[in-house]
Design a protein around this ligand. Structure first.
Ligand code: AHG
Ligand code: MN
Ligand code: MN
Ligand code: MN
Length: 322
């Protein structure tokens, strides 16, 4: 089986970018080890702190953030980093070519139940002429991403990665420590009978979301003329992994729960990278009215409604919002 480095070279990825990807993955291997240790490694449970989003930080949110941050800041090619668990941009090397954003630990509520969790990351070119920690560094369109991926800490540790030439899946060989290519071209089927949404939010949804989900629930005798099944992992990384593996539609729409939080998921380190992975696997990713990759980030922790997965189903779903 092919090693990651070989695949990246075959895809003619810039050597400096390969170095940065390998640094991210070195920290993910360490996180995979700590996750595997669970209670024995004292990584379960919460801290007393909150992040800028107002979420209580789990111990593993903090550990994963520190590991990735410390490793990336030793990389000469890294100009700046941004993280869900950091209030602001953190400056790296002034001559670095790349800026990196990450969700160190996605699916925090699954940590203590031995459920699916992961790390999501994205790499952009640094903007020349701006200081490394200038807030405008990350104000780029999703289409500017040079690489995006996630590492899923499940029964096996898997890496889903794209550098723009398809989405490729690797599995961590824990005996030798390398990521080996296990699916060269991930492909999301255009049609699906599986949807993924937190149904507990139904009473807060806006009318188009309610109407679309109602139509799915009607089954064989309704307008969609087929039966849909539902899955919800409470970790985007697990839900998107299922969508990439066998198709489906994943949604976290905007709702009226909290006027200060029009949507839940973050554009920079959740929606952008997942949208790039899904598009490179033949799927679609939308905020309801526009492709997520065409949006331009305005603020670091900006939130966005998300509808992504099987292309035909995303098309049908978004037609309810126009
Ligand atoms: P994080 O753990 O990084 O804060 O992200 C959690 C996100 C995402 O992974 C998941 O899809 C969603 O929150 C779960 O939301 P619910 O609590 O509504 O299930
Ligand atoms: Mn969080
Ligand atoms: Mn997350
Ligand atoms: Mn997180």
């Amino acid at each position: 089986m092919q090693r990651l480095i070989y695949t990246l070279k075959q895809d003619q990825v810039d050597l400096d970018l390969i170095m940065v990807i390998r640094t991210v993955l070195a920290s993910c291997k360490e996180i995979a080890f700590r996750v595997g240790q669970g209670a024995l490694g004292d990584v379960l449970g919460s801290t007393l702190d909150e992040n800028i989003q107002g979420e209580t930080q789990k111990k593993l949110d903090v550990i994963a953030n520190q590991l990735i941050k410390n490793m990336l800041l030793t990389e000469s090619n890294v100009a700046a980093i941004a993280s869900e668990e950091e209030d602001d941009i953190v400056a790296g090397n002034a001559n670095g070519k790349y800026i990196i954003a990450f969700d160190p630990l996605d699916g925090s509520s699954n940590i203590d139940i031995n459920g699916q969790i992961g790390t999501i990351f994205t790499i952009f070119p640094a903007v020349e002429g701006l200081a490394q920690d200038d807030p405008r560094q990350f104000q780029q369109k999703g289409r500017n991403q040079l690489a995006a991926g996630y590492v899923l800490y499940g029964p096996s540790t898997m890496l889903m990665l794209t550098t723009g030439k398809g989405t490729r899946c690797f599995t961590l060989d824990k005996t030798h420590g390398g990521f080996l290519l296990t699916d060269e071209q991930v492909s999301v089927p255009a049609e699906t009978q599986e949807f993924s949404i937190n149904m507990a939010n139904a009473r807060f949804w806006y009318e188009p979301t309610s109407r679309y989900i109602d139509d799915l629930l009607l089954g064989e005798t309704g307008v969609r003329k087929k039966r849909f099944n539902m899955r919800w992992n409470a970790a985007m990384v697990g839900d998107i992994h299922r969508v990439l593996s066998r198709g489906g539609i994943f949604m976290y729409p905007s709702d009226n729960r909290d006027p200060n939080k029009p949507a839940k998921l973050r554009l920079l380190y959740e929606a952008y990278p997942m949208a790039m992975l899904v598009e490179n696997a033949g799927g679609r990713a939308s905020n309801g009215t526009a492709d997520i990759l065409d949006l331009e980030l305005e603020t670091l922790h900006q939130r966005v409604p998300v509808i992504m997965g099987s292309s035909k189903e995303v098309e049908i779903s978004t037609s309810y919002y126009t």
